[in-house]
Design a protein around this ligand. Structure first.
Ligand code: AKB
Length: 317
């Protein structure tokens, strides 16, 4: 049997970079084609094939799929919550039309599997914010959240009507030290570690007691590979799965840094992102993911902080 050939769309982003490298480890470099508007991450073209691709260009997408005999797509290209609010119409176009292009071609070419990320941004101000259930009130009020909720409905539709095997996770804020974030509301939780190691104070754009669900990147990669590896019969939810790891506030992450770097200081100056954060859950109930395909995160806030500070220090040395 021929090995699966994987196309990662939006490979140069925060998640895409690490996911592409992880997929290349598993499937072999030549079987994982990275693609993005530009090759902003040289490592991706140095370690395997790279194609320039705007997911809104359907002919180019089809040409790349034909050229590489693609059988799976990880479609990650999107505008996130904070940048989406600066350009709502384009965010909608990229996030929804981009997904529809991928679902259409998956149906047409009978691709084996598609991965598409959703987000906690699908929830809104009337959603229960503690242990937010899998199925509940959803009234997102950012264009990003609205586009992700619409995307979830499209995924389920393409699975039900056309049998497209599309799988999805509602990621919380993803925290990594290897790649920079791209315009999200949860990004403060990445910048804070960089400032702490520079010996600089950190001004946080969220208030000190704003709780949000978060996840360390190795767990996000693990969850993604796990849901894509699971037998199709285990994937009982075809919109998108809640996945949790831990939740914290800016004050708590600052405290976890201070237990390693006592001189670290934080101040708070909430901006427009506060309102976005306030509309999202504090904590997530991910029982369905744990039951259906055995999701189980490894990292806590404390173990993540130790790991990031250790590795970031080495990178900055
Ligand atoms: C964002 O903050 O926009 C993203 C997300 C939670 O989807 N990190």
């Amino acid at each position: 049997m021929q090995p699966d050939k994987i196309l990662v769309i939006g490979a140069c982003g925060q998640l895409g970079t690490e996911l592409t490298l992880a997929l290349r480890e598993i499937y072999g470099s030549s079987n994982v084609i990275a693609s993005d508007l530009q090759c902003r991450v040289p490592l991706l073209s140095q370690t395997g094939p790279f194609e320039k691709l705007d997911v809104l260009e359907t002919q180019r997408l089809a040409a790349i799929i034909n050229k590489h005999q693609i059988t799976q797509i990880y479609h990650l290209a999107a505008m996130l919550s904070a940048t989406g609010e600066q350009n709502p119409k384009f965010a909608w176009k990229l996030n929804v039309n981009g997904l529809l292009n991928v679902l259409d071609i998956a149906q047409e070419k009978k691709l084996h599997k598609i991965f598409w990320p959703s987000s906690i941004a699908v929830f809104g101000p009337h959603t229960p914010s503690e242990q937010t259930p899998q199925f509940t009130t959803m009234d997102p009020n950012t264009v990003y959240g609205i586009s992700k909720l619409a995307g979830e409905r499209w995924c389920e539709y393409y699975f039900e009507k056309y049998g497209v095997d599309v799988r999805s996770l509602r990621y919380p804020g993803l925290i990594s030290y290897k790649t920079p974030p791209g315009g999200g509301t949860t990004d403060y939780a990445i910048d804070i570690y960089h400032k702490a190691l520079e010996g600089a104070p950190f001004e946080c754009f969220l208030a000190e007691d704003t709780y949000l669900p978060m996840m360390y990147m190795p767990d996000a990669i693990k969850a993604t590979l796990q849901i894509m590896d699971a037998p199709s019969t285990e994937i009982k939810i075809r919109s998108s799965y809640n996945v949790g790891a831990f939740s914290f506030s800016p004050k708590e992450i600052a405290k976890s840094i201070q237990s390693n770097i006592p001189a670290f200081r934080i101040t708070y100056k909430p901006d427009f992102r506060q309102q976005i954060a306030d509309s999202w859950p504090d904590t997530i109930d991910d029982t369905a993911a744990r039951t259906d395909w055995h999701w189980n995160p490894e990292y806590t806030l404390q173990t993540m902080t130790i790991d990031i500070l250790l590795n970031l220090k080495k990178l900055k040395a």
